[in-house]
Design a protein around this ligand. Structure first.
Ligand code: FAD
Length: 307
């Protein structure tokens, strides 16, 4: 038995969790690129998560977590790194308390953000209107501090639950999460399992109409129906968006194979026919970085995570 098979067998024996090798990165990501993943595991409860992370920690196995897959680019082949996804068992939603001021919810990491935003905006709670067009799961949204229209996750989160690399369950208060522009600072390798969030009661219809307005604005400016990862780069400064910069460099519609920069928004790479390779997307990213540095002296940083 080779090393890879031996480690897979040991993992399955110790944790009782099945390892799959039939899933592709393209199926797990909204950009729809990425080849076969040699080790893919779905985790359904905290106990299994602690077992899995303890195993990875003790055996030195590299792993990454995927949630909605809307901010990750998988490589064309992924063999050494294991991919972990939290399954249905983490699609939990609990009302902790509710009064005329608002509601406090405990939300599991696998809950889709768009659905939660729709549900609570319709129920006249304010706080998640910004998230109507963000195809994240809660875990990914917390890790990225997802945001739009001047709001982000940090404004509604009270505390975050996660399992660290040693397999221990931890809780961070909002102020310990290191939330900043599209980032957080949970300990490396830890897996977020959920959060407590607070939404405020608002006037009848107020939240849902705000949410609809934001969605309509998004549809005007972003190619939301075409496979993509949303914004590829972080804005270099609050005054200069990456989209405006890349547009000024003449990069709209730039193509590499089947991947291209959107003609609608220069900070979005799209994969219109789902036929692009990861390497084509990465070549476009490199092209943007080089041009921005050479012509404007700006070092662009990716918002998307390259797996
Ligand atoms: C059409 C479209 C529109 C978008 N619009 C916006 C927008 O308006 N604002 C915005 O901020 N983003 C936007 N994005 C980007 C993306 O939706 C966000 O970054 C989102 O937060 C990613 O969530 P996810 O669940 O898809 O995470 P993934 O893409 O699966 O993962 C993102 C990162 O989080 C980590 N991660 C995921 N789950 C966990 C976990 N449980 N524990 C620890 N780490 C974890 C991953 O390892 C990875 O590093 C958009 C993307 C698309 C495709």
């Amino acid at each position: 038995m080779n090393d890879k098979l031996a480690i897979k067998a040991a993992f399955e024996e110790k944790t009782g969790i099945l390892v799959k090798n039939t899933i592709t990165g393209s199926k797990l990501s909204t950009m729809s690129v990425g080849g076969l993943i040699d080790h893919f595991v779905t985790i359904e409860n905290i106990e299994d998560l602690t077992k899995a992370l303890s195993f990875f920690f003790s055996e030195g196995v590299k792993y990454k977590v995927v949630a909605g897959g809307s901010n990750v680019i998988f490589p064309d082949k992924i063999s050494d790194t294991w991919i972990l996804k939290l399954g249905q068992g983490f699609r939990t939603k609990e009302v902790i308390s509710e009064n005329k001021e608002g509601v406090i919810l405990k939300i599991g990491s696998a809950i889709p953000l768009i659905g939660l935003s729709s549900e609570y905006s319709k129920k006249n709670f304010s706080g998640l209107e910004f998230a109507g067009g963000i195809p994240a799961a809660i875990g990914g949204a917390l890790k990225m501090n997802a945001g739009a229209h001047g709001s982000d996750m940090s404004q509604i989160v009270e505390e975050v639950y996660f399992v660290n690399t040693a397999g221990n369950v931890e809780v961070f208060k909002k102020e310990d999460c290191g939330f900043a522009y599209r980032q957080s600072s949970f300990p490396g390798g830890s897996v977020i399992t959920g959060c407590k969030m607070r939404l405020k009661k608002c006037q009848e219809g107020e939240a849902i109409s705000k949410r609809s307005y934001f969605l309509a604005e998004r549809k005007k400016n972003q190619p939301i129906t075409i496979p993509s990862s949303g914004s590829i780069f972080k804005n270099p400064t609050p005054q200069l968006s990456a989209g405006v910069l890349l547009d000024s460099l003449g990069l709209k519609d730039f193509k590499c194979g089947q991947a291209q920069i959107s003609g609608m928004h220069a900070n979005w790479i799209v994969n219109p026919n789902r036929l692009a390779t990861s390497s084509e997307v990465l070549q476009i990213i490199e092209k943007c970085k080089k041009k921005a540095l050479k012509e404007e002296g700006i070092a662009l940083k990716t918002e998307v995570k390259l797996f």
